[in-house]
Design a protein around this ligand. Structure first.
Ligand code: NAD
Length: 476
């Protein structure tokens, strides 16, 4: 364990908070708590930044941006810009990803240091009386005590039978970020967020992609009206998509492998990416005598304030059964720190949180889908608009996708509260803010329709879609 003599003395005193795990949930708790003057120890067994910075959001978005650059160069002639056909320099591609990751990891480490958070390297386990045993790489164990403890141990990729991960031919998302080459042919198992983002990125970078999903559709949590344009676009770009299929293992060959699809043709491929979800990393995290309850799926059980059953022990991020998103980890971390500080802490309304998928076209939403709103008993009115009539979308040459607004229908038939905003199209992950605020501030259609959208911008499409619900559109 890399700690000096002074720090050892300090470890005998209790910290205000001991945080286990330095991913978005854990490092956010440490930074936010330290900014308020709390004395914090943060224990991490791998690299500060967790999944998001090292093996998730950040490297994935960086590689997706490389794919966007490839698309831009490939379509340059349409704008009258003459280039040669783009090709991929995989070494540089992955090197840039690493540079961006390293810079951000360094940034978080710097913030922790500036706020005087004590960062301990090792694997932590919570025992009785808030004692956290930290075992370092050399096998030595140090106990640290926190008046409060926050469990933020994160998650790992979930795998499926018949596809043992070898990191070369059969990979999880973790392994993809360690590659130094791109596959010519790839089978992706799982059509959720990771599967769709990898399919979009790899097809744009020239791979022959097959996407296999067990359920009847891709991105099933999203409104189907905004997923359809993504599915169409992937298919147009050559991705072979099969939904409602089961895979029955694979037979390795001399180079790649052959994936067996139940009731379907075998698929020869160079690489298989298993993107079938993630599971909480709670193995051996807490002693049963602490009172903390871990459910049958491995999630640490918490109430709506992220409190576990043990007094003064909280859990945030992927280790609890809330949406596995970095920004949810941030929000949960702040919720917990406020409680520790004795401040008012309002539980998170998980039905309104922002979701962003960085495919081409992007998909983003907040609030209820049309079906979820109906299931919740709302009478709804819906407005949908494509991008073809939005000047900025035509200018940038990206008109795939739809903007959809779901609003409550009042008894007199007029549109009331905006219940859900669902977007697919250019830069919609950056545009979701307006929709997120509308849903969470419980804005009505009239509230939003009276606001001005700058022209020409992509954000006009959201404004026009809401305006149309008043019965009088402008450009629609
Ligand atoms: P997911 O739950 O979004 O999708 C997994 C998919 O795999 C599901 O659609 C499931 O039906 C399918 N599946 C499961 N077993 C299968 C099988 N045997 N054959 C075929 N399909 C199978 O999980 P994910 O895409 O792996 O993402 C993991 C986590 O990471 C999620 O919590 C996700 O929200 C998060 N994440 C978020 C983003 C983002 O917000 N942009 C990006 C990446 C990951």
């Amino acid at each position: 364990m890399d700690i000096g003599i002074e720090e050892v003395v300090q470890l005998t005193d209790p910290f205000d908070v001991v945080v286990i795990g330095a991913g978005p949930g854990g490092y956010a708790a440490a930074l936010y708590g330290a900014a308020a003057g709390l004395n914090i120890a943060l224990v991490e067994k791998a690299t500060v930044g967790g999944t998001c910075l090292n093996r998730g959001c950040i490297p994935a978005k960086e590689l997706l941006e490389a794919a966007a650059v490839h698309r831009a160069v490939a379509s340059a002639a349409e704008f009258g810009i003459v280039t040669s056909a783009p090709s991929v320099d995989a070494a540089r591609l992955f090197a840039r990803k690493t540079e961006v990751v390293d810079k951000l990891v360094g940034g978080v480490s710097g913030l922790l240091k500036n706020r005087k958070v004590t960062v301990l390297e090792g694997t932590a386990r919570l025992g009785p009386d808030h004692v956290v045993a930290v075992t370092g790489g050399d096998g030595s164990t140090t106990d640290v005590v926190g008046t409060n403890v926050i469990l933020a141990a994160g998650s790992v990729p979930r795998t499926i039978p018949g596809f043992e991960i070898d990191g070369g031919v059969v990979l999880t998302s973790d392994d993809v970020f360690e590659l130094d080459h791109l596959p010519d042919r790839v089978v992706i198992i799982g059509g959720g967020v990771i599967g769709c983002e990898f399919a979009s990125m790899l097809c744009d970078l020239g791979a022959d992609v097959t996407l296999l999903e067990a359920l009847p559709g891709l991105l099933l949590a999203a409104d189907p009206d905004v997923v359809r344009p993504l599915q169409r676009s992937l298919a147009k770009r050559g991705v072979k998509i099969s939904t409602g299929v089961r895979v029955n293992g694979h037979t390795p060959g001399t180079t790649g492998t052959t994936v067996h699809v139940e009731g379907g043709d075998d698929i020869e491929t160079d690489m298989v990416i298993v993107a079938t979800g993630r599971r909480p990393m709670s193995d051996d995290l807490v002693d049963a005598s602490t009172g903390v309850v871990v459910d049958g799926h491995g999630f640490v059980e918490v109430d709506d304030h992220c409190r576990t059953a043990a007094d003064g022990v909280y859990a945030v991020g992927d280790v609890i059964a809330t949406p596995g998103l970095a920004h949810i980890g941030f929000a949960e971390a702040m919720l917990v720190v406020k409680q520790i500080l004795g401040e008012r802490a309002v539980p998170i309304d998980y039905s309104g949180v922002p979701w962003c998928v960085y495919t081409q076209p992007e998909v983003a939403w907040a609030g209820l889908t049309e079906q979820a709103a109906k299931d919740a008993g709302y009478d709804v009115v819906v407005s949908k608009h494509p991008w073809g009539g939005t000047s900025r979308a035509l200018i940038i040459g990206e008109t795939e996708g739809t903007v959809k607004v779901v609003a409550q229908k009042r008894p007199d038939g007029s549109p009331g509260r905006i219940l859900g905003v669902h977007l697919s199209g250019p830069w919609v992950t950056e545009q979701l803010g307006a929709g997120y605020f509308s849903v969470n501030w419980e804005a009505t259609v009239d509230d939003v329709a009276s606001l001005i959208q700058p022209h020409p911008t992509l954000s006009e499409n959201f404004g026009e879609t809401v305006l149309a619900l008043t019965g009088r559109g402008l450009h629609t």
